[in-house]
Design a binder for this molecule. Structure first.
Ligand code: F6R
Length: 244
């Protein structure tokens, strides 16, 4: 695991974008796993700027979403496909057919989750971007999830619904379920990039990086992967005891 300590949240986003760019250069037809949430905003902005200034192209890239809410209309602004299109995919030279996500309006959601799992595993993503939840979740794999879990339908925990309420009109509008890539699916990526900013991430980051590998901290499963980069701002890194 390579831990990068950035001087600020903005510097962390730039460093993360550098790592994505390096990973894309290793494959003429690269694939990226995309997360959503506040952590990703600055990273996508930086990648978009690199594309607009001509230093980076996504014309041969394929992207795969990490997760998607169940129960939102196709046009809902907080549906993760729409978030990713608005903040990244529509702003760069990605082909229109190169964005994949679980279809949470499919008639059989369990079957759809299995289909998406096979798709992502077959793609062997060059890099998977991840944020971390305040409870240590990655994607929507909540504490207690088996570390080899596949892509599946999940119930969102109260803690996660509370955290995500800021994106909705009120708490009760936060969906109850999602389709999420499983921890086992995420671990299939060639390179995983975990980014965290802010003091509210310091505990889950300490537990994930320096605690035991345990289902109680889903992000601790990243210790099982040989190619993980972690980018932190000073607040997110503040409880780490090792010298990185
Ligand atoms: C989003 C996702 C979540 C977030 C995590 C951190 O696709 O899967 O695991 O990465 O909840 O969210 P932020 O960045 O909003 O703190």
């Amino acid at each position: 695991m390579r831990v990068h300590l950035a001087a600020s949240a903005a510097a962390a986003a730039e460093r993360a974008a550098d790592i994505v760019e390096e990973a894309l250069r290793t494959n003429p037809f690269p694939s990226i796993g995309l997360a959503t949430g506040s952590t990703m905003v600055g990273i996508y902005r930086s990648l978009v700027n690199r594309c607009l200034n001509g230093s980076l192209s996504f014309s041969k890239t394929t992207v795969y979403l990490l997760d998607e809410y169940i129960g939102l209309d196709a046009e809902h602004p907080q549906a993760y496909r729409n978030v990713v299109m608005r903040s990244f995919a529509d702003l760069v030279d990605l082909r229109s057919e190169a964005t994949f996500a679980p279809d949470c309006r499919a008639p059989d959601l369990n079957k759809e989750a299995r289909r998406y799992d096979s798709l992502v595993r077959a793609a062997r993503l060059d890099i998977q971007l991840l944020g971390i939840g305040g409870n240590g979740h990655i994607a929507f794999n909540e504490p207690g999830t088996p570390l080899d879990a596949e892509t599946r339908v999940v119930e969102l925990s109260q803690a996660t619904r509370r955290d995500n309420a800021r994106f909705f009109d009120s708490d009760e509008h936060v969906p109850l379920q999602a389709i999420t890539q499983g921890i086992g699916t995420i671990l299939q990526a060639k390179h995983i990039l975990l980014v965290a900013q802010g003091a509210h991430k310091s505990r889950p980051i300490r537990d994930a990086l320096e605690g035991p590998v345990t289902t109680e901290v889903p992000a601790s499963a990243l210790q099982l992967h040989g190619e993980v980069s972690v980018v932190l701002d000073p607040e997110a890194a503040s409880l780490l005891s090792a010298d990185y």
